[in-house]
Design a protein around this ligand. Structure first.
Ligand SMILES: C[S@@+](CC[C@H](N)C(=O)[O-])C[C@H]1O[C@@H](n2cnc3c(N)ncnc32)[C@H](O)[C@@H]1O
Length: 228
């Protein structure tokens, strides 16, 4: 509710941007240096090639994965709230000579995107910015084409170790226990996978080798029904 109200009062189309431009430049410079090509290869293999595939980079930031996926032949939609990151991503896309589709808004604001249309949704290090974790899982499932793949890399509540403030700890508990989300608390380890329990998926694979990050691969059922 609080995050929803905040989103109504702070509008990206009116120039609001939560990202500090100096930080954005630093983050972009670092992230553009360390694109994970092994991950891109794995995504490509899972999708049986990227040529012509429809991909949503959800919370795409500086666009390093949007551009890399487009360079491999995919039709990529960049979606993010930040003008600053959009400008950086647009410059990078121009240099790489790839065309991206641009979609500015909160994670929840995907009404202009076609439902059930994406072969891959790529969601890296921004899950916690959603306003309601369960609703966001459902929204992403709805955007996936039948048989489509959702890749999530999400830091969990262990990410900051013992350094979380008391207020942040309480917000984590409120969100995980009661679904009351104030700000952007991360879910507890292994929390995201549970959000898909009632959704029409055919397979979910979780990689918990790094205890501070949940890495989840979710395949939507081909016929829209839940099969596992
Ligand atoms: C840590 S960055 C990750 C960016 C990118 N996915 C990557 O892998 O580098 C988090 C991103 O979430 C975006 N973001 C933050 N709050 C958001 C919101 N409420 N809706 C949409 N995007 C948001 C930021 O603008 C930023 O691009």
């Amino acid at each position: 509710m609080i995050n929803w109200l905040h989103s109504k009062l702070h509008r990206p189309e009116k120039g609001w941007d939560p990202v500090d431009p100096v930080w954005a430049q630093q983050y972009a410079a670092a992230e553009w240096q360390m694109v994970d090509n092994a991950l891109l290869d794995k995504l490509e293999a899972q999708l049986g090639g990227l040529q012509g595939k429809r991909i949503l980079d959800m919370g795409a930031g500086a666009g390093q994965y949007s551009v890399a996926l487009a360079q491999r032949g995919a039709h990529v939609t960049w979606h993010d709230i930040s003008h600053t990151y959009q400008r950086i991503a647009q410059q990078k896309a121009a240099v790489a000579k790839v065309n991206l589709h641009w979609s500015l808004g909160y994670l929840e604001e995907t009404q202009a995107l076609q439902p059930a249309s994406f072969d891959l949704i790529f969601n890296r290090i921004c899950w916690y910015y959603c306003q309601n974790d369960k609703a966001f899982a459902k929204q992403l499932c709805g955007l996936l084409a039948p048989g489509g793949l959702l890749y999530i890399h999400a830091p969990n509540s262990q990410f900051h170790g013992d350094t979380l403030s008391t207020s942040a700890q309480w917000r984590t508990v409120l969100n995980a226990g009661m679904g009351i989300k104030i700000g952007h608390p991360m879910l507890p380890p292994r929390g995201i996978a549970t959000l898909f329990a009632d959704l029409p998926i055919s397979k979910l694979e979780a990689d918990y080798r790094d205890p501070r990050n949940d890495v989840i691969w979710v395949w939507k059922a081909s016929d829209g029904s839940r099969t596992s």
